[in-house]
Design a protein around this ligand. Sequence first.
Ligand SMILES: [Zn+2]
Length: 327
Amino acid sequence: MKIGFLNYATSKTHSLLLVTIALLSPAWLTASAESRIVATTSMLADAARQLSEDFAHVNGLMAEGVDPHLYRPTRNDLVLLQRADIIFYNGMHLEGRMGDTLNRLSRRSKSVHAIAEAVFAASDREPLLEDENELDPHIWMEVNLWREAVVRMAEILADEFPQHAEVVRNNHARYDAELLLLETYAREVLTTIPQATRVLVTAHDAFGYLGEAYAIEVRGIQGISTESEAGLRDIVQLIDFIVERDIPAIFVETSVADKNVRALIEGARARGHQLIIGGELFSDAMGPRGHWTGTYIGMIDHNVSTIASALGGTVPEGGFRQWRKNR
Ligand SMILES: [Zn+2]
């Protein structure tokens, strides 16, 4: 009896120790049976988690507030990339400083996939152009386009993990139904913005696909990539535009410095035009993990609701979540 209790106590201590070790180690060192997926942006990581729920461990390299145009992989990222079974990245030069690393990995016959490029390769849609050399990589801004990205990811996962293909298909069907509702919500809410103020001015050109899909004119102070600097002439031209069109609000972005946005507000004020910051938008990175805005659906809900309410549209109380409950 006594020995039995001691054995029990020892094994309990032992399993506590194992749990502690598990908590201290990188998740997939202790979960070797799981498949390992690495995604560059938080939007791709979220989609990969939705699709591979129950069988894979997903690591997103770029955290909250990180600018993918300027991001350089850390030593830890390189370890994660080396060990990954599948790597998802956006491509179309979004990850401007990771190109060499990703090329090297794909030459080593890793399963490396540029999702934005896969979307356009499989569809008859053309990517937006900034000029003849620069494609717009920000495809997550249009929900229907992002749904295509999720289809491509589901296909890749089902191919690479045939033993989990059924799970992927079920996860995809469930998630796509939510994305379709999100698309409906975005369209409804953005349509309420009056015609005269359907202009979105932001720190950089991340919202082109959103503008095209939902009929909103879009102006970024910086270009498609945050690597290009806005010149004084660009700022002055944009101030002229804002004053002439009587635009009430412009927006800052969580992953881009806001000094240019402040220069616009000062410039407009000097011309006697009251311009406010309409809110903070998630452009190239989502909010913190564990928060609503740390999911793709929450990010789009936040953006769409913030844009519509600052530009004179109508937003249902409680945003997408309440709207969805009421359906
Ligand atoms: Zn960007």
